[in-house]
Design a protein around this ligand. Structure first.
Ligand code: BGC
Length: 756
């Protein structure tokens, strides 16, 4: 064990301050005098963007030749954490080979709106899915003794004004939607580093937000590594040091280092904070140095094939009318659209990888009877009449026309947001024309986020390939021709139109801030609650075979919130070929005093089954699966009551349900006063027991007696019920106004009893 404290004790204040910012664009600082080496970090995250010479954080200048794996939007669709772990291991090996201490990812920001320019880099609209994927990726990469930097912490869900805008998010929404992916990854995978985001959170820059970087991240979740800034995210460096931002990246030419020294000297910053940042940085620097294995081989060709295997698992079959897919190898097929020959497989910006090779579908189809027509130019974003005519001609010659469509590079990138949810107009025109010529039209989509599909009823098939990495063409051919049975599921809802998205009115926000007014109702949490039709729901995806779910067994029908519940279901492949399905478990709170989504994903498992094979899948649920964030307790809380356990093939295709009664072991402290209303008191079992005798006495005084029965008594009885219902909203003080006859002293005594 290195004695880091002793090492820091030998450093001058200036040396310590200097260690808290980058030595250059990609390195931590070296202090030769003390044998502290520089270590390199690099983007990421779905491959390496290691820059040798000219450095930039927007993917402008070249980086070394590397392997581009599918982007997070795609890997999330695999719903397969094991697969993502394998990808992480491969990336970890490349890091060791390239002498990189930390890869800058994964990026786990929630896909709040289809418009965010970086959605392709993010996993999902669902925090549980994003958390599982990020955890697996971190574990995979770090198994090779190199670090990760989970990013961008936190609530960085748009590119618009990303370096200045405040994301104004309420406490419960942060805890339930925007934090859990980070939280799960920190608790379960302990990333070596965390990257703070550019934006402010509720007015305070993430880079100087002590609540975020220290109270929540470290004190609550137990993060042990160092926090680095996103590139250029630092505003007030001394404040950042105090808040727990250890490393400023890239650097400020010494300006901020001097400010740190000054702040310590003038007493506004405690030197112990500087020491702590140094210690956290050094721990990770040496963790890498002590485990560096530059002799690790990096087999690019093998990783290319791995990238193809992964991409094939990510593709989501959205429509397959009349089993138009899979294609037969002996039939004439038209491949239409430039993306068949030059696929779009990654997005723009800091994650942009300089691939050592790419394989298009056209190349991968070598030897098959395929006719190609370009159809459109992605760079120019046009389709000439001639291109469309050639496409139609090709479509007419084939049994099936496959249009390779999607968003061109300029539509989707780091640095700016999309302005609409449409495909290029020229591509929509092309698809309409091809589908009119040949009803057997299939569309393969290349995009990092949902698009509208105005031609959906005109085509027989749709395959969502997302941004599938450099070997996407190999994967497409395997799926289109049935060598691989598609098993991806949508990690996000595809709304029919942009205006349906819950953040539509507020996305992008105003100059100072973006208010997350839709709160916890993000993605399917909103569409389900509104019973709104979507184009394709969260969790949806088809297969070339069929699956049946049966026999849901819960380990108990009543439990305490400190117990765990297991749910087991039998899954059968009822079709004629082997395939994989994703069993999804949602939890629904049957009755609740707080607003809750209809259902939330709390478990999923991808399983492979031969034709006719059955297998059991078991899920374990703990308190967190039933809880919501209670803003009085500032903690997770389960409200006593019934919960539905739902097993589904998507959030809108629930096949089996069971019920469990969960009893809370937590007391929510209540304080009652004259303004407390009867309904709230009655909802609290202990308070109810105190209130009831009082109520009975009061009602007895108020209601007509049996022996006074007259013809009006029947009416009076109805009135009693009605008045009871109306009393729901009456405050205790109302008893004076409406003549409950209890008197002020009586009410005060009651209050005292209630508050005990
Ligand atoms: C991005 C980060 C990236 C960093 C370094 C920033 O612009 O937001 O995701 O890791 O640059 O390139």
């Amino acid at each position: 064990m290195r004695d880091l404290k002793a090492l820091i004790a030998q450093m001058t204040l200036e040396e310590k301050a200097s260690l808290l910012s980058g030595g250059d664009f990609w390195h931590t600082k070296a202090i030769d005098r003390l044998g502290i080496p520089a270590t390199m970090v690099s983007d990421g995250p779905h491959g390496l963007r290691k820059q040798d010479q000219k450095a930039d954080h927007l993917g402008v200048n070249d980086s070394i030749k590397a392997v581009c794996f599918p982007a997070a939007s795609a890997t999330a669709a695999s719903f397969d954490p094991e697969l993502v772990r394998t990808m992480g291991e491969a990336i970890g090996d490349s890091c060791q080979h390239e002498e990189l201490s930390v890869v800058l990812g994964p990026a786990v920001n929630i896909k709040r709106s289809p418009l965010c320019g970086r959605n392709f880099e993010y996993f999902s609209e669902d925090p549980y899915l994003a958390g599982r994927m990020a955890t697996a990726m971190i574990q995979g990469i770090q198994s090779r003794n190199v670090g990760t930097s989970i990013k961008h912490f936190a609530a960085n869900n748009q590119e618009h004004r990303r370096m200045s805008s405040s994301s104004d998010v309420d406490e419960r929404t942060l805890r339930e939607i925007y934090f859990p992916a980070f939280e799960m990854a920190v608790r379960e995978a302990q990333p070596w580093t965390v990257m703070c985001s550019y934006n402010r959170l509720n007015g305070v820059f993430a880079s100087e937000n002590r609540w975020l970087l220290t109270d929540v991240l470290r004190n609550e979740w137990g993060f042990e590594g160092y926090v680095m800034s996103d590139w250029g995210a630092v505003s007030n460096r001394p404040k950042g040091v105090e808040a727990g931002l250890d490393l400023e990246m890239p650097a400020s030419g010494g300006i901020n280092d001097r400010k740190v020294v000054e702040a310590v000297k003038n007493g506004t910053l405690d030197e112990a904070c500087v020491d702590l940042c140094c210690e956290r940085i050094l721990r990770i620097v040496f963790r890498y140095i002590d485990n560096a294995r530059p002799d690790t081989p990096w087999d690019l060709e093998a990783q290319h094939l791995l990238a193809a295997d992964i991409a094939a698992e990510c593709m989501v079959l959205l429509k397959n009318q009349d089993d138009i897919l899979p294609l037969r190898r002996d039939e004439p097929v038209a491949f239409i659209g430039e993306f068949a020959a030059a696929p779009r497989f990654q997005g723009g910006g800091s994650s942009h990888i300089n691939t050592f090779k790419t394989t298009s579908a056209l190349e991968a189809a070598n030897g098959l009877p395929v006719i190609y027509a370009q159809g459109y130019s992605a760079a120019e974003d046009t389709a000439t009449d001639e291109q469309i005519a050639q496409a139609v001609e090709a479509a007419l010659k084939a049994r099936v026309a496959v249009v390779f469509a999607g968003l061109p590079d300029a539509y989707e990138s780091e640095g700016y947001d999309r302005t609409h949810m449409r495909l290029p107009e020229c591509q929509n025109r092309l698809i309409h024309a091809v589908a009119a010529a040949n009803p057997n039209t299939v569309v393969v989509l290349h995009n990092g986020s949902p698009v509208e599909m105005p031609w959906i009823d005109e085509v027989r098939g749709v395959l969502e390939a997302y941004l599938g990495g450099q070997a996407v063409g190999l994967a497409e051919i395997r799926v289109l021709y049935g060598d691989v049975n598609p098993s991806g599921r949508l990690p996000e809802s595809f709304p029919k139109k942009l205006e349906d998205n819950p953040s539509f009115l507020f996305f992008g926000g105003e100059p100072r801030a973006t208010e997350y007014r839709e709160g916890i109702f993000v993605g399917y949490r909103y569409y389900d609650k509104k019973k709104m039709d979507v184009l394709f729901p969260f969790g949806f995806g088809l297969s070339y075979t069929t699956f049946e779910y049966s026999g849901l067994r819960l380990s108990t029908d009543a439990m305490q919130d400190t117990d765990t519940l297991t749910a087991t279901v039998t899954v059968t492949n009822t079709g004629k070929r082997a395939g994989k399905t994703v069993v999804q478990l949602y939890v629904a709170d049957v009755e609740s005093t707080v607003l809750r989504p209809v259902r939330e994903l709390k478990g999923f498992e991808k399983i492979a089954l031969e034709a006719g094979e059955s297998r059991d899948v078991t899920f374990t649920l703990d308190k967190r699966a039933f809880a919501y964030w209670n803003t009085d307790l500032h903690d997770w809380h389960v409200e006593t009551g019934d919960f539905r356990i739902e097993i589904g093939a998507s959030c809108q295709d629930i096949r089996l349900t069971g019920t469990v009664h969960v009893t809370s072991t937590q007391t929510v402290p209540h304080h009652y006063d004259m303004d407390s209303i009867f309904m709230d008191i009655m909802a609290d079992p202990k308070a109810r027991a105190v209130l009831m005798p009082f109520m009975e006495k009061m009602m007895a005084a108020f209601m007509p007696k049996k022996e006074e029965a007259t013809s009006e008594v029947a009416d009076a009885a109805v009135s009693a019920e009605m008045s009871l219902a109306m009393m729901n909203y009456m405050p205790l003080r109302g008893v004076f106004s409406f003549g409950g006859g209890a008197g002020e002293d009586g009410i005060r005594q009651l209050l005292q009893a209630l508050n005990q």
